[in-house]
Ligand binder design. Structure first.
Ligand SMILES: [Zn+2]
Length: 297
């Protein structure tokens, strides 16, 4: 039998251990929860060193519990929802988006594998998504109906706090069959993301700016990655990453940007907490990679 208290106690200890003292406890705060590369793992992993971990039901239960504590919270995903289990072969991503919607996701982005059912397959699956899918560096001239379903950015407004969200995707070449992304083009994300960041900062006046990135954390100079993106595009507070399936215990900081990624297959839920400082600056005040496992007492 599962001991819920032991499970939550473990999570609490892991989270509190990474907390930093805050100067102004009463300032507006927000919790970002996030996944990446869930790859149709709707059930816990059946084998391997992470056997028993993950599962959309367990993820949804933890998110529900954290939401019930009150406070401002966003649940986000960095792409590659599709491909990896028989659930994808059967439902082509529709079930993933349906269950993510039920779990309360607020926004997601497109990974390379999210094109594995082709443009029409992606459009069919997106009918089940009640949350926006964000991307600002793909072009849609040859796939305008899909383009209409994808937002370049969005803003979520909380009491005393505005969060700007956008997304960037990895180059298709070598990763996606040409016929599966027919009509969708890729641009280096630096210029289009820079334009979106300026819009979100200067016009929308967001307090916290979050990029959902499926570029990958570090390609060692071979391609644009999250580390370079943070250096090349000023004004990003948070990059929630994916694609490289990188297990990180805490975010890495590049200049003023916090970059985090929590493995793959939904075995962890990332958590980052921010507060607004006296000048409106985002102050990181805690982070954790929460393992999605029931601990036995
Ligand atoms: Zn990927």
């Amino acid at each position: 039998m599962v001991d819920r208290r032991a499970f939550l106690g473990g999570l609490g200890a892991a989270f509190l251990a990474s907390r930093l003292p805050l100067r102004a406890e009463s300032s507006p705060r927000i919790t970002l929860l996030h996944t990446n590369d869930t790859h149709s793992h709707l059930e816990p992993l059946a084998s391997g060193s992470l056997a028993g971990r993950g599962g959309i039901a367990r993820r949804a239960a933890l998110v529900k519990r954290l939401r019930s504590q009150g406070g401002n919270l966003l649940l986000l995903d960095a792409g590659d929802v599709f491909q990896g289990t028989p659930y994808f072969n059967r439902f082509k991503g529709s079930l993933d988006y349906k269950l993510m919607s039920m779990a309360g996701y607020d926004a997601g982005t497109l990974g390379n594998h999210d094109f594995d059912a082709g443009i029409e397959g992606l459009m069919t699956a997106l009918e089940e998504a009640t949350f926006p899918i964000l991307n600002c560096n793909f072009t849609w001239e040859g796939a305008p109906r899909l383009g209409q379903k994808i937002l370049p950015w969005t803003v979520k407004t909380f009491p005393g706090l505005k969060v700007g969200l956008t997304g960037v995707g990895v180059e298709f070449h070598g990763l996606v069959f040409p016929k599966n992304h027919e009509g969708v083009g890729w641009r280096d994300p630096v210029a289009p993301l820079g334009a979106v960041v300026r819009r979100l900062r200067e016009v929308e006046k967001v307090d916290l700016l979050v990029v959902l990135s499926h570029l990958g954390l570090d390609h060692h100079g071979a391609a644009i990655d999250d580390l370079n993106l943070a250096r090349l595009v000023p004004g990003i507070d948070v990059i929630i990453g994916g694609h490289t399936h990188t297990f990180m215990d805490t975010p890495v900081r590049v200049d003023d940007t916090h970059i985090f990624q929590v493995g793959y297959a939904g075995v962890n839920l990332g958590r980052m907490d921010f507060a607004l400082g006296p000048k409106g600056e985002a102050i990181a005040c805690g982070s954790a990679s929460l393992p999605l496992v029931d601990r036995r007492g």
